[in-house]
Design a protein around this ligand. Structure first.
Ligand code: C5P
Length: 313
C-alpha cells in the first residue's frame, strides 16, 4: 500500500476577459491567473481492490464521477493502463463555489499525486490533456504560479511569477454558479474590459498602479447585477489601500493585493464589520508553482509466515 499527500492551491484571476462563445457553450477567455496560499490537502492511496473511493471533509460535495478529482483519477488510470484501486481523501479548506477553483485544484492535486506514485507512466502533454478534459481551470492549477490563460482557460503562457504578495479575500455568504454566470454574460453590459497588452507589460515590471488600471474582470458585470452589494464591498476594499482589487473568476469572492503585510493586516481589521453581514475575510498571499509534495508512505508487504511450523500456535 502506497500513498502520497499534496497541498494544492486556490487561484484568483488578476484579469478576465471573454473573447467569444464556442458551439459547445464554453467561452473563449483571456485571463491572468495567480495561485494563492489558500489550499486543500489531497491524499491518494493505492490499493489492491479496484475502484476509486473518494472522501471529502466538506459535506454536499459529490464523491463520485460528478467530482472533477474523481474524474481526473479515472482518466489517469486509463491513460496509464493501470487497474489499481485508489482511495482519495480531500481535506477541503478552500471555500466552495467561490470563484477560487477549489474543485479544479483538487483534481490537479490528484493528478500530481498519481504522477508522483506512478512516475513516467503518463507523459507531460498527456497529463495536461487529462487536466483540460476534466475542467477548464485544472491545467492552470496543475502548473500554478502566474499564467496568461487563453482558449477556455487551458492554453497556458507562464509569466514572471508574483510570489509573496499579501492578499485579503472576501467570500460572500452565498455561492455563484459558474455555468449560470457565463450563461448570463453579455458583452454590452461590461463597463471595463482588461487591456492585456498593458497589463502584461506592467506585470513584467511589477508595476502595480499600471496593472491596476489595465486589469478588469468582465464577469463582474453579471455578478454585480445579481448581487449589488458585491460592488459596494469591492469599492470599500479598494479604499483600504490595495494595489489592485477585483472579483475572482465568476465570483463571488473579492480580493485585494497589498504592498506589505502591515497594510494588509490594518485593512483586514478595518473590514471586520463585514462579518456581521455574513461575509468571511481570509488572509493569504500569492504563491509560485503548482501542487506541493508534502509526504508519502509505503506499508511494506510482509512475508507470509503462515507455513512456518509453530509460529501461529
Ligand atoms: O470546466 P469547468 O467545469 O471549470 O467549467 C464550469 C462551467 O463554466 C462550464 O460548464 C461552462 O458552463 C462555464 N465555462 C465557460 N467557459 C469557460 C469555462 C467555463 O462557459 N472558458
Amino acid at each position: 500500500m502506497r500513498s502520497a499527500e499534496f497541498e494544492t492551491f486556490a487561484k484568483i484571476n488578476l484579469t478576465l476577459d471573454v473573447s467569444g462563445k464556442r458551439p459547445d457553450g464554453y467561452h473563449d477567455l483571456v485571463t491572468v491567473m495567480q495561485s494563492i496560499s489558500l489550499s486543500d490537502l489531497v491524499t491518494v492511496e493505492v490499493r489492491d481492490e479496484p475502484g476509486i473511493q473518494l472522501v471529502c471533509s466538506a459535506p454536499y460535495i459529490p464523491t463520485d464521477g460528478r467530482n472533477t478529482a474523481w474524474r481526473a483519477a479515472q482518466r489517469f488510470l486509463e491513460a496509464a493502463r493501470l487497474d489499481a484501486g485508489l482511495s482519495i481523501v480531500i481535506d477541503k479548506r478552500i471555500p466552495i463555489a467561490a470563484g477560487l477553483a477549489g474543485g479544479s485544484s483538487d483534481a490537479a492535486g490528484v493528478l500530481s499525486a498519481l504522477n508522483w506514485l506512478f512516475p513516467d507512466r503518463v507523459d507531460h502533454d498527456t497529463l495536461f490533456a487529462i487536466a483540460a478534459a476534466v475542467g477548464a481551470d485544472v491545467p492552470f492549477c496543475l502548473a500554478g504560479g502566474t499564467i496568461l490563460c487563453t482558449g477556455i482557460g487551458d492554453v497556458l503562457a507562464p509569466q514572471p511569477t508574483l510570489a509573496g504578495w499579501p492578499l485579503i479575500l472576501i467570500k460572500a455568504p452565498f455561492g455563484l454558479s459558474t455555468p449560470e454566470v457565463f450563461r448570463r454574460f453579455c458583452l454590452d453590459q461590461v463597463e471595463q474590459r482588461p487591456d492585456h497588452d498593458a497589463f502584461l507589460l506592467a506585470l513584467g515590471r511589477q508595476d502595480w498602479p499600471a496593472m491596476s488600471s489595465a486589469c478588469g474582470n468582465v464577469l463582474e458585470s453579471v455578478a454585480f447585477a445579481m448581487h449589488p452589494q458585491l460592488r459596494a464591498i469591492l469599492n470599500r476594499l479598494a479604499e483600504t489601500g490595495t494595489l489592485l482589487a477585483r472579483m475572482s473568476g465568476s465570483g463571488p469572492t473579492l480580493f485585494g493585493v497589498f504592498a506589505d503585510v502591515h497594510t494588509r493586516d490594518e485593512a483586514f481589521d478595518a473590514l471586520a464589520n463585514l462579518t456581521a453581514s455574513g461575509f468571511t475575510r481570509y488572509k493569504a498571499e500569492t504563491v509560485a508553482g503548482g501542487p506541493r509534495y508534502l509526504s508519502s508512505y509505503e506499508v511494506p508487504v510482509l512475508p507470509d509466515f503462515s507455513d512456518l511450523p509453530g509460529l501461529l500456535t
